[in-house]
Ligand binder design. Structure first.
Ligand SMILES: *Cc1c(COP(=O)(O)O)cnc(C)c1O
Length: 369
């Protein structure tokens, strides 16, 4: 039986050769490759400036530090995301405040974001989940009205567009990840994007021990620099991103459109928005309430199809947050509670063959027959 992985890094000889050259050059830190990667990524997202770091999590930490998010500040976050969106806020000694997700995009609900604003709110982190985009017009309007910074977490949305603007160029700062499963990868890696030169200059200092020269430390810094090796790999991957995304989108639409025509007794196809270019980090399927999602995942695995099922529970119910404040788990976030554990991602990566796609469609259609 064939085994179809849900995601895999797509790399080849070109990446190997680029990385090999850097290794043999002996120049590993703060060199040309990182600068070129920042420049090319800025061009791709259509922002003026970028600062490369060594993970998407580091990018979130540095972005919040640039904006002076700290003790006493509140940052509004969604409960359906990867945990580091939340822990980045805690690491800055600020308080994450959860706003519910909306039912169609699974991204932060603008109305609930507005309801959660207090005089302490300093920033909001919309997460562009599964390759979709949050409702950025409304979010920017509310944020600007209240003087709140918008940090877009684009770790799942490289190339996603909201009304023809790439995410990561709409808010005040954007953050991306180049972890192995993301649209493009550098093994581990991340980047911060912005049109504000001051913040990006500051980000470049904070990522490198808060140093302005070998002996002067002016900010509370980190060692979050991207290596030349990672940047060399990123430069090659970036050349391929449009092709990767094109395939991701085609594979996902082919699967979702075929499933839409079939009897939808146990799943629902998520709504897509005309004005959003979804890049399908996931090919998402909503499992109906009366069906055991874990059983679906297991049955697909028995057919040789790997899937993902996340996020299993709203992040305000995680143990670490209970330790921070026992009240977190009692927050009412009804949409997040409803959808937690009910969304699966089907394989949609650029290496899938037509046969793979046909097999996925037929297997899903006939899963309970
Ligand atoms: C992957 C991811 C991150 C973290 O990125 P890393 O590079 O793994 O640190 C943050 N937020 C979201 C939404 C992610 O999917």
């Amino acid at each position: 039986m064939q085994f179809i992985k849900v995601s895999l890094p797509v790399v080849g000889e070109e990446e190997v050769s680029a990385v090999r050259d850097v290794i043999l050059s002996g120049k590993y830190i703060s060199g040309e490759k990182v600068m070129q990667f920042e420049q090319k990524f800025s061009e791709y997202i259509n922002v003026k400036f970028s600062a490369a770091v060594n993970s998407g999590t580091a990018a979130l930490h540095v972005a919040l530090a640039c904006l002076d998010v700290g003790q006493g500040d509140e940052v509004i976050v969604p409960p359906m995301t990867f945990m580091s969106t939340i822990t980045a806020v805690l690491h800055q000694n600020a308080t994450p405040i959860f706003a519910d997700i909306d039912k169609d995009s699974f991204c932060i609900c603008p109305d609930d974001f507005e309801r959660k604003i207090t005089e302490k709110t300093k920033a909001v982190i919309p997460v562009h989940l599964y390759g979709n985009s949050a409702q950025m017009d409304k979010i920017m309007e509310i944020a600007n009205k209240h003087g709140i910074y918008v940090v877009e977490d684009c770790a799942q949305a490289h190339g996603t567009e909201y009304k023809e603007k790439k995410v990561g160029s709409i808010g005040h700062i954007g953050t991306f990840s180049f972890f192995a499963t993301k649209h493009i990868t550098t093994g581990e890696g991340g980047i911060i994007t912005s049109n504000n030169e001051e913040w990006i200059d500051k980000a470049k200092i904070i990522r490198s021990h808060g140093m302005i020269n070998r002996d002067e430390h002016v900010y509370l810094g980190y060692n979050y620099r991207m290596t030349e090796i990672a940047a060399a790999m990123g430069l090659v991957q970036l050349k391929k991103i449009d092709d990767f995304n094109h395939k991701r989108i085609n594979n996902s639409l082919c699967i979702l459109n075929s499933l839409k025509e079939s009897d939808q007794s146990w799943f629902i196809i998520p709504k897509l928005n005309q004005y959003i270019k979804h890049t399908f980090f996931w090919c998402p399927l909503i499992i109906k309430n009366n069906i055991d999602t874990t059983l679906v995942v297991k049955k697909l695995l028995q057919k040789g199809i790997e899937t993902r099922q996340r996020y299993q529970k709203p992040l305000n119910t995680q143990k670490i947050l209970e330790k921070v404040n026992p009240d977190y788990k009692h927050i009412m976030l009804s949409n997040a509670e409803f959808f937690a554990g009910k969304i699966i991602g089907l394989p949609n990566h650029p290496k899938l063959t037509d046969d793979n796609i046909e097999y996925i469609i037929e297997s899903v259609k006939n899963l309970f027959n």
